[in-house]
Design a protein around this ligand. Structure first.
Ligand code: KG4
Ligand code: ZN
Length: 348
């Protein structure tokens, strides 16, 4: 609707410079610049390189978003920006830019939580979120299960990874298999040619003794080590590594644990909607297995399209728009970045 607020969202917490624009809950623009290729030869995101890339990309990305949405900066009603969690130097670029734009246009600024934004983005595609819902956020930096009562008011963490994040495990295993960075998409592709049941890799924190203290927590570090040991043993013997089977079996172990715990969280809380977000939500096996298991339990799975799962500006704009609609007070113009922003905080 033309009278709904026009909200701009800026995302610079990791290696994607994103600027999104929404009117109400309708997506008008989602401009993105990525420095992923500059990190590839290091096998992971280099914070200093990411910060510099954001600095170079922020103004052109902003212009592209405004062009795409066919609006001017003066039309914008509120500016939302990721204030944390993320890489401090990278966050600073987005927050400084947002402050500049807010000051220049005299519009309110909302410093928002990156993870809450990953949940909120789904409303752009699938409409209002039933409350409460369970959200599973799986990215390069996080793997969490959350109980979401109201995305503008904070979420309740149910569990999280106790070591590596799911995406990190994909990236590390891909490196081990010589598949390059980022590893998730490469493993996803290769796994389609392999057998997910070929190798029985361990399912972390699913044994009865672990469930008592870690019912909704994840652990992927043991799995990564198991894959490394399995590959090394074949290398010592001089046998060829069935790379597609290793990729598929590793992926199956990750997706099995993630979906089992997510469905269990829904059942235990009497919740019928599971939202999956973060870069790993783009994984085809995760989507398929989650749908299969959810259907058996009468649970609806909502996963935004892949471009909205990975980091982007639209998700920040989406959360900003929810905050504006809920009448939440904006942040101060001197808002800080918080690289370890807790999930219970939605607005800085
Ligand atoms: O949410 P995101 O873009 O950035 C943050 O970490 O916040 O997630 C990036 C992560 C990387 O670890 C990448 O390997 C993983 O998401 N990823 C995938 C897939 N696409 C991206 N993992 C598994 N399967 C995929 N198709
Ligand atoms: Zn993210």
């Amino acid at each position: 609707m033309p009278d709904e607020p026009l909200v701009l969202g800026i995302e610079t917490s990791c290696d994607e410079t994103g600027v999104g624009i929404v009117r109400g809950h309708t997506l008008l623009a989602d401009a993105l610049a990525s420095s992923v290729e500059q990190h590839a030869r290091f096998g992971g995101v280099v914070p200093e390189v990411a910060s510099r890339a954001h600095l170079e990309a922020i103004v052109p990305t902003m212009r592209r978003a405004l062009d795409e949405a066919k609006v001017t900066l003066a039309d914008i009603d509120a500016i939302a920006v990721t204030a944390g969690p993320g890489l401090a130097g990278a966050l600073l670029v987005g927050v400084a830019a947002a402050k500049g734009y807010a000051l220049a246009t005299d519009k309110p600024i909302y410093g928002v939580n990156h993870l809450a934004a990953h949940v909120a983005v789904d409303t752009l595609e699938h409409g209002p979120l039933p409350e409460p819902a369970i959200a599973m956020l799986v990215s390069g930096g996080h793997s969490s299960l959350l109980l979401v009562d109201d995305v503008t008011a904070g979420v309740t963490p149910l569990g999280a990874t106790i070591d590596d994040a799911a995406g990190e495990a994909f990236d590390k295993v891909a490196r081990l298999l010589g598949l390059g960075f980022p590893g998730g998409p490469a493993i996803d592709r290769l796994a389609r040619e392999g057998d997910g049941a070929a190798i029985p890799f361990p399912r972390g924190l699913t044994a009865a003794k672990d469930l008592a203290a870690h019912r909704y927590d994840f652990s992927f570090s043991g799995l990564k080590t198991a894959v490394a040991r399995w590959v090394e043993a074949r290398q010592r013997e001089g046998t060829t590594i069935p790379v597609a089977d290793v990729a598929a079996s590793f992926q199956e172990a990750v997706c099995d644990v993630l979906t089992a715990k997510a469905i269990e969280a829904c059942r235990a809380h009497g919740v019928d909607t599971l939202v999956i977000g973060g870069g790993v939500a783009a994984n085809s096996r995760l989507r398929a297995l989650a749908s299969l298991r959810a259907e058996k339990n009468g649970i609806r799975v909502r996963v935004p399209r892949p471009q909205l799962c990975t980091d982007n500006g639209a998700m920040v704009a989406a959360l900003g728009s929810h905050l504006v609609a809920a009448g939440v007070a904006p942040s101060r113009l001197d808002l800080p970045v918080d690289s370890a922003m807790p999930l219970t905080v939605v607005t800085a």
